[in-house]
Structure formats: C-alpha cells, structure tokens
Design a protein around this ligand. Structure first.
Ligand code: HEM
Length: 79
C-alpha cells in the first residue's frame, strides 16, 4: 500500500507533516515510531486505545486494512 497516498485523507486534521493537534485533541504524530503509530491505529480499530475523541479515529481506523495501517505507520514515522 502507498502510505503517502493513504495519508492524504489524514493531513487535513493532522497536518501535512503530522505536526498539528487534530481537532485540538490529538498528540502530534510527528516524532513517533512506526511501531507506536501502528499500535494506536490497531487500538482505535479494536477499541483498546484513545481519548475523548476516539470515536473519530475509530470510524477511520475500522476502514483501514492491516496492510494500510502498516504503510501509514511507516509514512508517519518519516515525518
Ligand atoms: C488521533 C492517525 C485521520 C482526528 C490519531 C492518532 C493516530 C492517528 C496515530 C493517535 C495519536 C496519539 O495518540 O499519539 C490518523 C490516520 C488518519 C487519521 C493514519 C488517516 C487515515 C484523522 C482525521 C481526523 C483525525 C481525518 C479529523 C476528522 C484525530 C483525533 C485524534 C486522532 C481527534 C485524537 C482522538 C482521541 O481522543 O484519542 N490519529 N488519523 N484523524 N486523530 Fe487521526
């Protein structure tokens, strides 16, 4: 999967370089490892991770395949 291409649907909230606090709630993605980011996407999808706005990310993460999550995590770790 194309991590950069998939990230286009995330940039509006998280920033092109992952530096924004999405909806004023998210920790910046920038500076996190691929393992940490992948684990958080899995956690949103299965309900085991998240804060007050986790429903926003759960809806998004449930539509991503495991392969998409890995490609996105690798891309976001490169910010
Ligand atoms: C949180 C990834 C799209 C809003 C997060 C986190 C990740 C992530 C990894 C966890 C940050 C952390 O706790 O360290 C992505 C990816 C996206 C995407 C890969 C696209 C496929 C969006 C969009 C929005 C959004 C489009 C806005 C509509 C948020 C919010 C949080 C968050 C509000 C914090 C939720 C909470 O309270 O736990 N996102 N995101 N994200 N994201 Fe996204």
């Amino acid at each position: 999967a194309d991590g950069a291409g998939l990230y286009a649907q995330c940039a509006g909230c998280h920033g092109a370089d992952g530096g924004k606090a999405a909806l004023g709630a998210a920790r910046p993605l920038k500076g996190q490892t691929a393992d940490a980011l992948y684990g958080k996407l899995k956690g949103y999808a299965d309900g085991s991770y998240g804060g007050s706005k986790k429903a926003v990310m759960a809806g998004i993460a449930k539509k991503l395949s495991d392969e998409d999550m890995r490609a996105l995590a690798a891309h976001m770790a490169s910010f």
